[in-house]
Design a protein around this ligand. Structure first.
Ligand code: GLC
Length: 720
């Protein structure tokens, strides 16, 4: 349709039809075969036939046949033949499930993410979906929050690269969305990752400067990549819920950042303005949300119940309603729905695409790159001939797909035990304990199996039932029954290797001494077990690097690499009292941002700068020699951090500015160079101007965010 035709359609619409375009209900209300109890669970939801008939989009159902039936039924009833939009959370895969985003981040490969999201889009589109609620671009610092699994970590720059890659992968290039792509929706705008105490839906309170300096960059990267939708966060920003926040949505997002796509609320968030305490009733909630810029009211009845009456009373400007509806119609048009409401989808095509073996093969490759070797006291890799005992609640467990795997097939997921059987000739198995409960019989069986093996692999972790939305934990330790397993294994005196399946940084302080090696596998997706065996056996050399710090204790949270120094930074190794520290643990996390081991080793030497004084023009070149000092090929992510030593406001002790992932053969040395450009030195000042300051900067180049001061370089920016 042309713009004129869309405008003409808008003019033809009744108020009820316009309001309908701004409502989204769960699929349970559209298809009988869905579970009759709608997904609300939290609020009374009296949806009637008229509301369904008028609605504009559907949440959380997929399937070529099912969606075609819903669309057909809808078009029969739609006076003007406006097709439905189908939206769902395809975050890390549709049916072929990839590692959780916190694992995807550990690949440090945006191109890889773009490719996997292209596969996700192809599978989702073939199943009739139009929009995916991804990327989640929230910066996170608190692993008590169950949704850290959905993020790519604590760094603004890295989060931005992954958010943009996800948008490109899902949508493709250009304004129209091809039939094998879906529209992307960046969420949750904004700063949901800062929920106080890591408690879901809790208050967020941060300065405008922090919002812009740390949290906005990743959302902006998605906007720059052309993301079609933005989803509002449940939380407050400057004491106003994001869903009713005109300064955030109209002034910043639509005004300053020039976003002219669709803004959709999160699930029920418009109605939740009432319990938030900024709306007395649904009508006030609807008015505030529409005036703030929310186009689609997801799974609340505020718009449906109230907008028409508000219009009649001239309590809202009809132009606001029209502009919101037009954006929804434009989105449907960009998907080609007016020409073909079914977008050429068919069960035959779906069957040929979804779960294709090539997708699964790629999922294994991604999982292999996502896993992070946290510890290895020369016990990995295992040899095929090793008599190995695989023990633990994750030894034979299909719960590998992670929280956002609505359309995945857990019952078809290979377990670690099955993958072991295909690889190790002499392997034994025992569950040892339940995930969270001790079991004497299981323990007895496991201790007997331990006695017969030469090497013990413990498959431990936390299930998806403790991960994702609404699953904040007050403590991030491993279950005591699992620690007991590790202690018993250690007491055998045999090599103990831990393969960890979890979806948040855990407190591994108690586990660490019992393990000779720890491989962080995350919830690794459909082919995660095969990937874990490929790494444990040395077929693949681990290369993942953490994008979120692992605290030593829950009490250490928040701990993140790009923190401010404070006026009393603790001198390394000091035990002095009056410094910023805890008296019972060191300040450093157990495992830092950017950290990950390999089966080989790397050395860094000859760090140099092309100048020690720079006026900010062109660029400044940093170079370093990286050597593979081990005996096998290895992949290293060389990381460049910069510290602004004196700013107009306090500045992080370091900030990731660039990285290069390289492969080196044994003994090979390669000179790696980075170009420092002026934009890397800019930041938001106290008056919110974005600029650099003349002065001294320190440069860190290493294989993680940890780099001894003697291995750093400094330069002066001397602006004319
Ligand atoms: C949930 C989540 C959001 C998701 C939406 C639809 O509450 O907060 O990330 O996209 O509802 O499922």
């Amino acid at each position: 349709m042309t713009e004129e035709q869309l405008q003409a359609l808008l003019q033809e619409m009744t108020t009820a039809e316009k309001v309908g375009q701004l409502t989204q209900f769960a699929g349970a209300f559209y298809s009988e075969q869905e579970d009759s109890t709608p997904v609300t669970g939290r609020i009374e939801f009296p949806v009637d036939e008229e509301m369904i008939k008028q609605s504009g989009s559907v949440l959380g159902v997929a399937g070529a046949t099912k969606l075609a039936a819903i669309q057909r039924e809808h078009l029969k009833k739609s006076r003007l033949g406006v097709p439905l939009l189908f939206m769902a959370d395809v975050i890390n895969g549709y049916e072929t499930i990839f590692p959780i985003p916190l694992g995807l981040g550990a690949t440090w490969e945006p191109d890889l993410i773009e490719k996997l999201q292209t596969i996700s889009a192809k599978e989702a589109a073939s199943a009739g979906l139009h929009i995916s609620f991804a990327p989640m671009a929230d910066l996170v610092r608190d692993p008590r929050w169950g949704r850290v699994m959905e993020s790519t970590g604590e760094d603004p720059f890295l989060n931005g690269l992954f958010a943009a890659a996800t948008v490109r992968g899902l949508q493709g290039e250009g304004s129209l969305i091809a039939k094998d792509r879906v529209g992307a929706c960046v969420k949750h705008f904004a700063a949901y990752g800062l929920a106080e105490g890591g408690r879901d839906y809790n208050t967020v309170d941060l300065s405008e400067r922090e919002l812009r300096d740390k949290h906005l960059p990743a959302y902006e990267a998605a906007l720059d990549a052309g993301v079609k939708l933005v989803m509002t966060a449940f939380n407050t920003v400057h004491s106003i819920p994001a869903t009713a926040n005109s300064a955030l949505l109209r002034d910043l997002l639509r005004g300053e950042l020039q976003f002219d796509g669709v803004i959709i609320s999160d699930f029920g968030a418009v109605q939740e303005l009432i319990p938030h305490g900024v709306a007395e009733n649904e009508a006030e909630a609807a008015k505030k949300a529409l005036e703030a810029g929310v186009d689609i009211d997801m799974m609340s009845l505020a718009y449906t119940h109230s907008l028409a009456a508000l219009l009649d009373k001239h309590a809202i400007d009809s132009a606001l309603l029209d502009e919101a509806v037009l954006r929804v119609l434009q989105l449907k048009n960009e998907l080609g729905l007016f020409e073909d409401p079914y977008r050429g989808v068919s069960p035959q095509k779906e069957q040929a695409i979804v779960g294709h073996p090539s997708h699964h093969a790629f999922a294994q490759t991604v999982a292999e790159k996502s896993m992070v070797l946290l510890k290895n006291d020369n016990v990995l890799p295992l040899t095929k001939e090793t008599t190995v005992a695989l023990i633990g609640p994750y030894a034979d467990n299909q719960d590998l797909l992670g929280e956002w795997s609505i359309f995945g097939k857990p019952d078809q997921t290979t377990t670690l035990k099955q993958a072991f059987q295909g690889h190790f000739a002499h392997a034994m198995y025992a569950t040892g304990s339940h995930l969270y409960e001790r079991d004497e019989a299981l323990l007895t069986e496991a201790t007997m199996v331990m006695e017969q093996a030469d090497c013990l692999v413990l498959a431990l972790g936390e299930g998806k039932d403790r991960s994702g939305e609404g699953r904040s934990r007050s403590s991030i330790t491993l279950a005591p029954c699992q620690i007991e397993l590790a202690r018993l294994a250690k007491e055998t005196g045999k090599p103990v290797i831990v393969a960890l399946f979890n979806a948040r940084p855990l407190d591994l302080t108690e586990l660490e001494p019992y393990a000779d090696a720890i491989l962080e596998c995350w919830h690794p997706g459909s082919e995660g077990a095969q990937a874990a065996v490929a790494l444990l056996s040395g077929e693949v050399n681990p290369s993942g690097k953490l994008t979120m710090s692992f605290p030593r204790a829950t009490g250490q949270i928040p701990v993140y690499y790009n923190a401010y120094q404070t006026g009393r930074p603790l001198p390394p190794g000091s035990n002095e009292r009056f410094f910023s520290r805890y008296i019972d643990i060191p300040n450093e996390p157990l495992y830092p941002f950017g950290y990950g081991l390999s089966y080989t080793s790397f050395s860094y030497s000859n760090r140099s700068l092309s100048a020690v004084e720079w006026d900010g023009s062109a660029s400044l070149t940093v170079s370093v020699d990286v050597t593979n000092t081990g005996k096998i090929d290895g992949v290293e992510t060389v990381q460049l951090y910069i510290q602004d030593l004196v700013g107009e406001v306090v500045r992080p002790v370091k900030e990731l500015k660039s990285f290069q992932k390289i492969t080196l053969s044994p003994g090979e040395t390669r000179t790696i160079t980075f170009e420092i450009t002026h934009d890397m030195l800019q930041y938001y000042h106290s008056d919110l101007t974005y600029a650099s300051d003349s002065g001294q900067f320190r440069v860190y180049v290493n294989g993680s965010s940890v780099c001894e001061q003697e291995n750093t370089l400094t330069f002066s920016l001397v602006k004319s």
